[in-house]
Design a protein around this ligand. Structure first.
Ligand code: ASP
Length: 301
């Protein structure tokens, strides 16, 4: 039985594309990449790929990652400019280097060497993104995190994001960081996160979620436990958690999703199930507001 889950309603097109790959007997790894491609190309998705949020310098610098649960191999890129499909560069890092993460100009140079098509940064910046950047108060950040299980029982995960609007140039979120924004281990489970990367990184959400499934929790219980305990840990240590949300899948394709805020939803596809968007009831009663910017100009504090 194949199974697919990805963060946010904009991932419905990902569920359709990935579902087609999986229904044809394709690999989980190919399915997560195929799922992310249309979202990266969609200029209406304001936080991923083309049309994504700009950093404080007005640049579109993208993060992406992939992990093959069969091998635990991973590839990620941070702050790459001029490429519509950073997830393809992440895959090339995984498959053609001995490294896990390449950043900035080095990642761009590597992508050119790999023959990955380069669009040029300006071609990927939409008028809406430029406008959001000019309105420094626009607060937005979302990631596509996609997980697939194929007919062979292999799990894979991939992520892609622009990160938040107006971030400091060079800022890296959780999405390309193994164990924080994503994790997959075939035979155990996989997880992907979305929300404020700074909070997700300091609570290592995705690896913890997979480890809880390893310990016997259901996918749903693991997702809820991670979101709740991450939120509570930040509060206990004097912080104010921003948005934290997770999707996950166990080795059998059962899915879980949890958020500490209202408004989170995910897209799902599986054998015998038409691609659909499902809303998530929050496990905590945090309002939907981002707390990260409160009382500060930009991201400095
Ligand atoms: N986690 C992403 C980041 O911090 C953004 C998001 O998923 O909302 O870059």
């Amino acid at each position: 039985m194949y199974s697919f889950i990805a963060t946010w309603p904009f991932a419905l097109q990902a569920a359709q594309a990935a579902g087609t790959v999986l229904a044809a007997g394709g690999r989980a790894l190919d399915a997560v990449i195929a799922g992310i491609h249309p979202v990266e190309s969609d200029p209406a998705v304001e936080s991923v790929g083309k049309g994504g949020f700009l950093n404080e310098n007005g640049e579109l610098a993208l993060d992406a990652a992939v992990m093959d649960g069969d091998t635990l191999k991973t590839g990620a890129v941070c702050a790459v400019r001029g490429f519509e499909h950073p997830v393809d560069i992440a895959r090339a890092v995984m498959e053609h280097t001995r490294h896990n993460i390449l950043v900035g100009a080095g990642a761009e140079e590597f992508a050119r060497r790999m023959g990955i098509p380069e669009a040029g940064m300006e071609a990927l910046i939409t008028p809406a993104a430029r406008e959001a950047w000019q309105q420094v108060k626009t607060r937005g950040h979302d990631t596509i995190g996609a997980i697939a299980l194929d007919e062979n029982g292999s799990l894979a995960v991939a992520t892609s994001t622009s990160g938040a609007n107006g971030r400091i140039s060079g800022r890296v979120g959780d999405s390309p960081i193994i164990g924080s924004g994503f994790y997959a281990e075939t035979g155990v489970g996989a997880a992907a996160a979305t929300g404020l990367g700074e909070d997700i990184m300091r609570t290592c959400c995705s690896f913890r979620c997979v480890d809880l499934m390893r310990a016997g929790l259901s996918a749903q219980a693991a997702a809820e436990t991670v979101v709740r305990t991450a939120h509570e840990a930040i509060v206990r240590h004097g912080g104010r958690p921003d948005c934290i949300a997770l999707v996950c899948m166990d080795a059998a394709g059962n899915t879980g999703a949890a958020a500490n805020h209202k408004g989170f939803a995910f897209a799902r596809a599986a054998q015998g199930l038409a691609p659909q968007v499902i809303e998530v009831t929050p496990v905590l009663d945090k309002d939907g507001e981002n707390t990260f910017f409160d009382g500060v100009a930009g991201y400095e504090r």
